[in-house]
Design a protein. Structure first.
Length: 600
């Protein structure tokens, strides 16, 4: 029981509270009892004191020969005071006490001496006995006062003892609170703050069997467990940090290599440098890249890259006997792209171990990068060939549609001129044919210049907007008219061929304004309408015949062909009140091929 009491803070605190409450309750009860006991003491003392005055009054009245009724009234009053309930209760508590004896003596003196003298009307005798009676009253009152004082002393002693006991209990409780609660809590808070600050060796030195002692033991056990876990985690984090640093370096290498390979053609030197850099990022790793050429047309010889600018040309039959492939644990990874096998990447470690999972993933990423770069290089070559073929086809088509037709026309005119000369036609007739040949030559020369301008046209860094500004300034200076350009920013970028066709249509329209329309002002507007691009060129010139034949106008035919290449619609109409309006609407390739709404 004592051990349980000692090891429990709530039990000790509860005992202190119970003791203090008990003492306070006992003090309160004693005070209440004492107040109840002494409740009539003051009335009894007052009554006893009033008997002295009543005795003197009777003595005075008796000497003065007062009326019998007055003396009887005063006698009756004195007897009521002598036999009052307050005095009776006070003297009846203890029959053997001096107070009881003194009161009995008072009663006997009254009954034996004073009362008979009063009845006999003997003032002298009454006066003598009254003095004795008053002396007895004084002793009786003194006894009453001493009894009341003793009771007050007992009450003060009980309350003082209770107060001293409460103070002692409070002092003991404060000492226990400081030594068993405050000091351990301060040590616990300090250890917690040090632990939070990173001092994992912080411990609590407080030892006890109570709850705070158990908390200190639990805290120390928890701190030791966390410190062990922290050491374990630090070692693991250090290992992971090293692994992540190597992986990050390898990923950075892959990123930089992918940028370099994407920006330039992949060759043996770049691949060799890539392998060498990768081997430096993963110490102990040795890589061999074997390229097999085209998958559908396998070559008899292979090229093997080993890093450090080391390469060799070997036969397919040499793979089984290659010494590099038999040293340590060899891992083979295929180099492929879009289902085509382009070669193999063989990896091994000098210490003979197998690569870790994250190392294996990096090696696979390297394989994908090499495969993608080789595939991109072949795709670049194929796209280059297609571009050359397309460019040649465009040149051939442009020459066929322009110069070839003009030269054929002039060939026919020359044959006609020869025939006229052989027949001896007049000179006027011959001059007419020669004029037609000269007009054909001028037209062919102009078409040649247009073709050269088309083939030399480039979109500079400023993009289509800058090219339009330069074109507008060029034709405004050349034609001597004002050109107002209005364009809005597009939500996307047009393809290169779309920009070229659009710019050529603007140039052809401005050229017609300068040569044929005799315009003073031209408006060029380029904007985006929903998913379509809208181009409008208007002038205030002489206008165009509504019934014109586009076959007789080479420039207008070229504009129609360019609009068809853009999968758009071109409209050439008179402008009110005068001039010509050229409108082009097409759907850009970036948004897909959608049907273009008809022009109004």
């Amino acid at each position: 029981m004592f051990h349980w009491f000692k090891s429990s803070l709530p039990a000790r605190a509860g005992l202190a509270v119970i003791l203090i409450s008990t003492l306070a309750l006992a003090s309160t009860i004693s005070a209440g009892l004492m107040a109840w006991v002494t409740e009539k003491d003051a009335a009894a003392i007052n009554t006893a004191g009033s008997l002295r005055m009543a005795t003197y009054r009777l003595s005075w009245k008796l000497e003065a020969r007062a009326a019998d009724s007055i003396i009887q009234t005063l006698q009756h009053d004195l007897e009521q005071r002598l036999h009052s309930p307050a005095l009776f209760r006070l003297v009846q508590r203890d029959d053997q006490s001096l107070l009881r004896q003194s009161f009995t003596a008072l009663e006997n003196n009254w009954e034996d001496h004073l009362k008979p003298a009063l009845k006999a009307q003997q003032p002298v005798v009454f006066q003598q006995q009254a003095d004795i009676f008053v002396e007895q009253l004084d002793r009786f009152v003194m006894l009453l006062q001493h009894q009341s004082e003793r009771r007050q002393i007992w009450q003060q002693a009980i309350q003082g003892a209770a107060l001293i006991s409460i103070v002692i209990i409070l002092l003991i409780g404060m000492y226990e609170l400081f030594s068993s609660v405050i000091t351990p809590l301060q040590e616990l808070v300090g250890a917690t703050e040090r632990f939070r600050a990173g001092q994992f060796d912080a411990r609590i030195n407080y030892r006890s069997d109570d709850e705070l002692g158990q908390m200190a033991v639990s805290f120390n056990a928890m701190a030791e467990a966390i410190e062990d876990s922290h050491r374990t985690l630090e070692s693991r984090v250090e290992q992971k940090t090293q692994s992540l640093a190597q992986a990050n370096a390898a990923l950075e290498l892959l990123y930089q290599s992918s940028r370099n390979l994407a920006g330039s053609a992949a060759n043996a030197d770049q691949l060799n440098a890539l392998i060498d850099s990768f081997q430096q990022r993963l110490p102990g790793l040795r890589l061999t890249l074997c390229l097999r050429g085209h998958a559908l047309e396998p070559a008899d010889h292979l090229i093997a890259l080993h890093g450090n600018q080391s390469r060799e040309i070997c036969s397919r039959n040499d793979c089984a006997s290659c010494e590099r492939h038999h040293a340590g644990q060899l891992q083979t990874y295929l180099i492929s792209n879009q289902g085509n096998t382009l070669g193999e990447l063989r990896a091994r470690y000098l210490d003979g171990r197998l690569p870790h999972p994250w190392e294996e993933r990096l090696i696979e990423a390297l394989c994908n990068l090499i495969g993608t770069s080789l595939s991109l290089e072949r795709q670049r070559e194929q796209d280059h060939r297609l571009l050359l073929l397309e460019e040649r086809a465009i040149i051939a088509r442009e020459l066929h549609d322009s110069l070839a037709q003009a030269l054929s026309y002039m060939k026919l005119q020359v044959s006609r001129l020869q025939a006229l000369i052989r027949r001896g036609e007049p000179v006027d007739r011959l001059e007419q044919v020669s004029e037609e040949i000269r007009d054909g030559l001028n037209s062919a020369y102009r078409q040649l210049r247009e073709l050269l301008t088309t083939f030399r046209l480039r979109i500079q860094e400023g993009g289509l907007e800058q090219a339009l500004d330069d074109t507008v300034k060029e034709f405004a200076e050349r034609g001597g008219f004002e050109v107002l350009l209005e364009r809005t920013s597009l939500a996307f970028t047009l393809a290169a061929n779309e920009q070229i066709h659009l710019l050529q249509i603007v140039r052809e329209a401005l050229s017609n304004c300068a040569r044929h329309a005799h315009a003073r002002r031209v408006w060029v507007r380029l904007e985006q309408q929903a998913e379509n691009i809208h181009l409008c060129i208007e002038d205030d010139g002489c206008g165009i015949d509504p019934d014109f034949d586009s076959r007789q106008h080479y420039g207008l035919t070229i504009m129609q062909e360019r609009a068809s290449s853009l999968r758009g619609q071109l409209s050439i109409q008179p402008r009110h009140p005068n001039g010509t309006r050229v409108e082009l609407v097409f759907a850009p390739h970036f948004l897909g091929h959608h049907a273009v709404q008809g022009l109004s």
